[in-house]
Design a protein around this ligand. Structure first.
Ligand code: GDP
Length: 433
């Protein structure tokens, strides 16, 4: 969602305005200089359009003096936001600090919506009109406290927002959920399909005359139809020949493109092969949900089982968030565990965390585990939004580059807090150095 930052001196009514935009009747947070609020970003909707409102008043303490602090807020807002709402107290008029902010906003070229707040009565309307003098366009008179003018103001904000991105859609939305069953040769993909399908198999997508077209199968599991992608490729027994590896990789890639969730099948009776790890990486890179299935469980003795656990801990540590099933395509062991694992992974893949919760989380995280100081600087996460799902995508707005270890820590804590089982997480930074 696009980001709208609310900028202005303390006491002009930023928090009241934010509450008004959110349609809340919560106690108004006082705009006391020096008080940093712990939550700064919220989801908002107007006329069906979603955006994130950021109250910059929560960003910085005023230790360096009011003017410097507000200027810094404005610079951050300009860098990180799509639209800046600049709030001025119409009853006070433009101060020197306001003029300085205007300078920063003007130079940035970002769309600015000028808000003349505290226009509670007719007499204040003339005060609002004076703000034309700031030279950044029409002042929008509002009374954040009483709600007057906020509709018109939001219309103006919507107009300033960047064009809406097309909604995230998946081909065949609403149909059966799509599974890619992948794994190196001989791990038991074909056997597993047979075991799962039983009598219920239905071949689909068999486009007449085109043998190269992939053929999927719809299989009923747990009372629900699932579409397995490119089962023709799995069932056709490829004998080892030159370039087979290359074609297997291509097949896997194209199956992943059409799938929502991948089941990576590995042979539990053998050590994990390089190729197993490569396939798992392909799934993670594709952004699809991931389930790992250990097949041939019937072949495991006590010793191998023990060793397998250590192997998983060592080699699959980076995907320990993926649901795991231990099965045997031969005996039918644990076939009923597939559906819960698939559902868990798809739920994590679809999961969305409200912006206010996410920012509460980051505020706590930044307080309890600040980024280490590097070269005299300490980058901070100012706020974060979840930009999308399938897989969950996060954008962190930061004051500097977050090092790899800290980003991994963030990802781990995000999972501890919110789950996201089975979903690779896409975390990017928007940095203001
Ligand atoms: P694919 O190449 O991944 O499709 O693997 P296949 O389904 O063709 O299986 C390869 C070999 O492993 C065949 O000989 C299967 O009978 C055998 N196999 C598959 N699943 C199991 C299992 O759960 N237990 C045992 N013992 N053998 C299996």
């Amino acid at each position: 969602a696009p980001v709208v930052a609310v900028v202005g001196r303390p006491n002009v009514g930023k928090s009241t305005l934010v509450n008004r935009i959110l349609g809340r009747r919560e106690a108004v947070v006082e705009d006391v200089p020096g008080v940093t609020r712990d939550r700064v970003a919220y989801d908002a909707t107007w006329s069906g359009r979603r955006f994130t409102v950021v109250d910059t008043g929560g960003w910085l303490p005023d230790a360096r003096g009011l003017a410097a602090s507000i200027a810094e807020q404005a610079r951050l807002a300009v860098d990180l936001a799509d639209v800046v709402m600049f709030v001025v107290d119409a009853t006070v008029g433009a101060t020197d600090v306001d003029e300085a902010v205007v300078e920063i906003l003007r130079r940035s070229g970002k769309p600015v919506v000028l808000v003349a707040n505290k226009v509670d009565g007719v007499s204040a309307e003339a005060d609002a009109a004076l703000l034309w003098n700031l030279g950044i366009g029409e002042p929008h008179p509002v009374s954040a406290l009483h709600g007057r003018g906020s509709g018109d103001l939001l219309d103006a904000v919507l107009e300033a927002l960047p064009a809406e991105a097309p909604p995230e859609t998946f081909a065949e939305e609403g149909g059966p959920r799509r599974i890619a069953l992948v794994g190196r040769p001989n791990v038991g993909k074909s056997s597993l399909l047979n075991q799962l399908a039983g009598e219920t198999r239905a071949v689909v997508d068999a486009v007449a005359g085109t043998t190269r077209d992939p053929i999927d199968e719809e299989i009923t599991l747990g009372g629900q139809v699932w579409r397995f992608i490119d089962t023709a490729g799995i069932r056709r027994r490829h004998r080892e020949n030159q370039g087979a590896d290359f074609y297997a990789t291509l097949r896997t890639q194209s199956a992943l493109e059409r799938a929502e969730v991948a089941v990576v099948l590995v042979d539990a009776s053998e050590s994990l092969a390089e190729q197993d790890l490569r396939i798992i990486s392909m799934v993670v890179d594709s952004g699809r949900a991931l389930v790992i299935a250990y097949n041939k469980w019937d072949l495991l003795d006590e010793e191998r089982r023990h060793y397998l656990e250590r192997e998983i801990e060592r080699q699959l540590h980076h995907v320990r968030w993926a649901p795991r099933v231990n099965v045997s395509a031969r005996t039918g062991r644990h076939m009923e565990k597939f559906v819960p694992a698939l559902e868990t992974a798809l739920a994590g893949w679809d999961q969305r965390v409200p912006t206010s919760k996410l920012n509460q989380f980051f505020a706590d995280l930044v307080n309890s585990h600040p980024h280490p100081i590097r070269g005299g600087k300490q980058p901070r996460v100012l706020f974060a939004t979840q930009a999308g799902v399938r897989p969950p995508r996060f954008v962190l707005f930061t004051t500097g580059f977050l090092e790899e270890g800290y980003r991994r820590f963030i990802e781990r804590r995000l999972r501890e807090e919110f789950g996201f089982a089975g979903a690779p997480l896409d975390v990017t930074m928007k940095i203001r150095e």
